[in-house]
Design a protein around this ligand. Structure first.
Ligand SMILES: Nc1ncnc2c1ncn2[C@@H]1O[C@H](COP(=O)(O)OP(=O)(O)OP(=O)(O)O)[C@@H](O)[C@H]1O
Ligand SMILES: [Mg+2]
Length: 240
């Protein structure tokens, strides 16, 4: 069996990369090799080999297989601005075909792929083109990372509604506590549990990244089995 997930979030900085890396590592532990992909990144640093995104580097490091950097991150922009603006400033057109080509190449490298979006679901990538189109093009179910902070209920519900509207299956959502001072965490999670028509896959407490090991136990064996064994349901069939 093979497949993967498209990791989206309620906003930028909500924990998509951290959770994508944990998922990659958990899949590998369960004997299910997975590769990460970050199709579009802005705010990259300049290197002799070209722009490099910290997210893409982390995903590559957590991947079970190897790939050329540009395979997992075909569009890397240095300006730390919205990707369609960064692309315009750099004189580059973001092409879905190119992303899909790389995605298909990575499918030969590992049976499972974890693709991280940029920002939230509807971030524009160019004229009449948004990150949601990438999710649709790769045909993977989405996992929504909800960064728990004040305002997240609205963001989470809007995102879940947009994912459904766009015909992408929602494999589930993850509650990630990014604000250590947030109160009423349980009540917020309960509100979303009752309103999002997809399972709560995992809960991440607020925790600074550990030098070795991270929040790994939150992707236990049963969760990986659930995610991978339910995968055969095709994106479009699921959303009906
Ligand atoms: N549960 C958590 N507890 C504490 N800090 C966290 C938690 N989850 C994420 N963070 C921190 O929040 C910051 C943003 O996380 P991350 O880079 O994974 O977000 P992102 O959604 O991928 O952001 P971007 O939109 O830039 O891709 C990082 O410094 C990360 O270590
Ligand atoms: Mg990220």
């Amino acid at each position: 069996m093979s497949g993967g997930w498209f990791i989206t979030g309620t906003d930028t900085g909500v924990g998509k990369t951290r959770i994508a890396c944990l998922l990659l590592e958990a899949l590998a532990r369960e004997g299910k090799p997975a590769m990460g992909m970050k199709p579009v990144a802005s705010g990259c640093r300049a290197t002799g080999a070209g722009p490099r995104s910290e997210d893409a580097e982390k995903l590559l490091a957590a991947s079970a297989g190897s790939a050329d950097y540009t395979e997992i991150n075909p569009y890397a922009f240095i300006p730390a601005i919205a990707p369609h603006l960064a692309a315009r400033e750099t004189g580059v057109e973001i092409r879905l075909e190119k992303i899909l080509e790389n995605f298909q190449r990575l499918q030969h490298r590992a049976p499972w792929l974890v693709v991280e979006g940029i920002g939230g679901w509807m971030v524009p990538l160019g004229e009449n083109q948004a990150m949601a189109d990438v999710a649709r093009a790769v045909g993977l179910p989405a996992i929504l990372v909800v960064g728990l902070r004040l305002g997240c209920l609205n963001h989470a519900l809007l995102t879940a509604a947009a994912i459904r509207r766009d015909g992408v299956a929602l494999a589930g959502w993850i509650a990630n506590q990014i604000d250590p001072a947030m109160t009423h965490v349980e009540e917020n999670i309960d509100a979303l549990r009752g309103s999002i028509d997809a399972p709560l896959l995992a809960r991440f407490p607020y925790r600074l990244p550990a030098p070795q090991g991270d929040l790994a136990p939150v992707f236990p064996h049963e969760m990986i089995m659930h995610l991978t064994s339910n995968f055969y349901v095709k994106t479009n069939e699921r959303s009906e």
